[in-house]
Design a protein around this ligand. Structure first.
Ligand SMILES: Nc1ncnc2c1ncn2[C@@H]1O[C@H](COP(=O)(O)OP(=O)(O)OP(=O)(O)O)[C@@H](O)[C@H]1O
Ligand SMILES: [Mg+2]
Length: 388
């Protein structure tokens, strides 16, 4: 399927980042949240990145989920070091050859020659400044799955260093460092901005627009082009299906592919209806999977996950109220803090993991979809799911 570009959206965001919008706070860092598989990473890389590059920025994209075994702090440092090496390669090689300890960039700025290619929390602001001076361009740092930084101390340090770099480099009339942080979970991203101690205290989280109706129109046009015998394509049914798929293009594409497959028995039914039927089935499958995951847990794990889902950000695993809740859910079981801790660990260690924990000991469901599933069932009186 051809990539659907959103140049207007990218352009608007670029303007805001450069501090050229009359209102807004994006020049202090832009936080974008959207559910999983809705096209965040693609947008950052294939729309926003070129839009910023066209406007003369040096863009660095770092995905903190690119390797889950690596410390997010190291991934951030490495991404910046790589850009520095790319841009200062000649300078750095010359410096190493001449065995000088520091190199001077753009006439005034000095950076320790050994630090090029080796960046950490302490040197991160200097490295970004050097990059800016050496390239003569504003630097735009796009950090994908930014909430993951909060799961390690090095990651937290890196975030604080980025904030400090932003404050040192940016002036009202000239933005030299732009920060874009994206993630699939609004609640987790919030932890970067919502407390006094949070590195980006005061910034707000924006919902990244999903692909929406225009994307469905683009897909419908492609189908009409490739299979003229199917025109006119029923846009509304396709849009309904796309929304049922949670606006996740991957599932939508697969369903269309199957519905258009000539080997599928067609029985006179329009392909749009078959796509819609698949979307409904998918929704039920997702719910059934979450239900099975939940019911497969031990009683205390279930109670802990329930509590996480119910109180969200206010979850405190061991406070009196939480313990009373677990006891009420697990009659006959002696509930102690170590047992709760073991239950939490096992919820985190499962594959896929069900609970997320920050370096500061804050918790939330790993997949935001689980919160939606929970509230849906609560709203219709279907919670908790029963084994029967
Ligand atoms: N603009 C688009 N046009 C066509 N297909 C797209 C577009 N954006 C995303 N997709 C499809 O959706 C899939 C998911 O996109 P992407 O990886 O960007 O989502 P994400 O929100 O970053 O997901 P995750 O939460 O897993 O990181 C891609 O593999 C691609 O097939
Ligand atoms: Mg992604």
């Amino acid at each position: 399927m051809r990539y659907f570009t959103r140049p207007d959206l990218a352009e608007q965001i670029a303007i805001q980042l450069q501090g050229q919008a009359v209102f807004g706070d994006a020049h202090n860092g832009l936080f974008l949240a959207a559910p999983r598989r809705t096209g965040k990473s693609m947008f950052l890389q294939h729309d926003l990145r070129p839009a910023l590059a066209t406007r003369g920025c040096l863009v660095i994209y770092i995905d903190l989920w690119s390797d889950q075994r690596r410390d997010p702090g190291d991934l951030i440092a490495e991404g910046i070091a790589q850009a520095l090496a790319d841009n200062l390669g000649v300078v750095a090689r010359a410096a190493r050859k001449a065995r000088v300890e520091s190199v001077t960039i753009a006439g005034t700025f000095r950076i320790d020659a050994s630090k090029i290619g080796k960046v950490d929390g302490a040197t991160l602001p200097a490295a970004l400044e050097a990059l800016h001076r050496a390239s003569g361009k504003p630097v735009a740092l796009l950090i994908d799955e930014a909430q993951h930084a909060l799961t390690s101390e090095a990651g937290e340090v890196a975030m604080a260093a980025l904030k400090s770099a932003r404050d040192q480099m940016n002036r009202p009339e000239q933005i030299a460092l732009m920060l874009v942080m994206s993630g699939s979970d609004r609640d987790k991203l919030l932890r970067l901005v919502n407390s006094n101690k949070a590195p980006f205290y005061g910034s707000s989280i924006h919902q990244m627009p999903t692909l929406g109706k225009r994307y469905v129109e683009h897909v419908a046009a492609l189908i009409a082009e490739q299979r003229p015998e199917l025109a006119p394509v029923d846009h509304q049914t396709l849009l309904d299906a796309f929304q049922l798929f949670g606006e996740r293009p991957q599932f939508f594409h697969a369903a269309i592919g199957e519905a258009l497959n000539p080997l599928e028995a067609d029985q006179g039914e329009r392909f749009e209806r078959r796509v819609l039927a698949r979307a409904m089935a998918r929704r039920e499958q997702d719910a059934a999977q979450m239900r099975a995951d939940f019911l497969g847990l031990r009683p205390l794990e279930r109670a802990v996950l329930w509590r996480v889902l119910e109180v969200g950000r206010n979850f405190r695993p061991y406070d009196g109220e939480a313990l009373a809740f677990y006891r009420a859910q697990c009659p006959g079981l002696a509930i102690t803090a170590p047992k709760v801790q073991a239950a939490l660990e096992s919820l985190r260690d499962r594959t896929p993991s069900l609970v997320w924990k920050s370096a500061r000991g804050e918790y939330s469901a790993h997949d935001a979809a689980m919160h939606a599933w929970f509230s849906g069932l609560v709203a219709e009186g279907g919670w908790p799911p029963s084994d029967g």
